[in-house]
Design a protein. Structure first.
Length: 70
């Protein structure tokens, strides 16, 4: 599953100990997001929903450093 940098950063912010808890945290935050963030969140939710719990637990979801690759 290929998450964009923005989706990875968003999941890293809301990541919990389990996939369902992470999904709930992101879903709870959507009403407070602007349109651009809402689109990113909805994409992340679709991709997370397709993962099994073991697959979710193997992905690091660490925020990208703004200086990466420079």
């Amino acid at each position: 599953m290929n998450f964009t940098v923005e989706e990875t950063n968003l999941v890293a912010i809301y990541k919990a100990s389990a996939k369902d808890k992470t999904l709930a945290r992101i879903a709870d935050a959507i009403p407070r997001m602007d349109d651009d963030m809402r689109i990113i969140a909805e994409g992340a939710i679709r991709k997370l929903s397709a993962l099994t719990e073991p697959e979710f637990s193997l992905l690091p979801f660490t925020p990208a450093d703004e200086t990466d690759g420079k």
